[in-house]
Ligand binder design. Structure first.
Ligand code: SAH
Ligand code: DHB
Ligand code: MG
Length: 219
């Protein structure tokens, strides 16, 4: 097993299950042209986000980490016409690229991009959100999780990207900020009685990683 076959299988899945269209393709190509890092969720992951949001009939979505708007567009497509997606992005340059992409994808009216450090934006938001997707600076994930719980209601979902990190979480020699932040996230989730959570390990075009899924329980 190697990364090439994981990537080839992602391509196969994408070709068979309707995961590319001109707006999503244009979002990736304009993001690349603008020099943004190529770290958006993969097409199967983006579609999973859309299906999760649609499954709970999400009307209000919160995203932390917009980049060029690729995951934003997937999530926004699950929303009804009067839905709302607030997405937090540190970089005004990334936000500008994302603004153009979400507008061109026809979901611009649903998407509110808040520029600045997410930790400053989160206290200004009014909940509840039906789904929160966390995909920004990994060292802050415990804080983002706490905010996501605070801004949720019973039944809300919280999805956090990059929570396996090629297994770095169990590699005792790893003490970089993203790994420490990820371990701190697991401890915070474990100590939070208001959610039920799991992590699914993934392979694919983005290598070996995983996402955390938490559901807010009844009060
Ligand atoms: N969710 C996107 C990818 C996000 S990449 C997708 O799948 O398409 C991570 C993004 O988080 C980058 O654009 C980065 O600028 C942003 N970011 C990093 N630190 C941040 C912070 N403290 N607050 C808000 N955004 C941040
Ligand atoms: C990186 C960030 C991500 O959110 C991701 O999914 C993959 C890589 C990174 O910062 O390298
Ligand atoms: Mg990510």
């Amino acid at each position: 097993m190697d990364e090439q076959i994981w990537s080839d299988v992602d391509t196969y899945i994408g070709e068979h299950l309707d995961m590319a269209d001109p707006s999503l393709d244009a979002t990736l190509s304009s993001s690349r042209a603008a020099g943004l890092p190529e770290i958006a969720v993969s097409p199967p992951q983006g579609k999973l986000l859309m299906l999760l949001a649609a499954s709970i009939n999400a009307r209000r979505i919160l995203e932390i980490g917009t980049l060029g708007g690729y995951s934003t567009i997937w999530l926004a497509r699950a929303l009804p016409g009067d839905g709302e997606l607030i997405t937090c992005e540190y970089s005004s340059e990334h936000a500008l690229v994302a603004r153009k992409n979400v507008d061109a994808a026809g979901v611009g009216r649903l998407v509110d991009i808040r520029i600045g450090p997410a930790i400053d934006t989160l206290p200004t938001l009014d909940g509840p959100f039906d789904l929160t997707f966390v995909d920004a600076d990994k060292e802050s994930n415990a804080d983002y999780f706490r905010w996501a719980v605070q801004l949720s209601r019973p039944g809300s979902l919280i999805v956090i990207d990059n929570t396996v990190r090629q297994g770095a979480i169990v590699d005792a020699s790893r003490d970089d900020p993203a790994t420490l932040g990820t371990r701190s996230l697991y401890e915070t989730v474990a100590d939070e009685p208001r959610v039920s959570a799991t992590v699914i390990q993934t392979v694919g075009s983005k290598g070996y990683d995983g996402f955390l899924l938490a559901r807010r329980l009844a009060d």
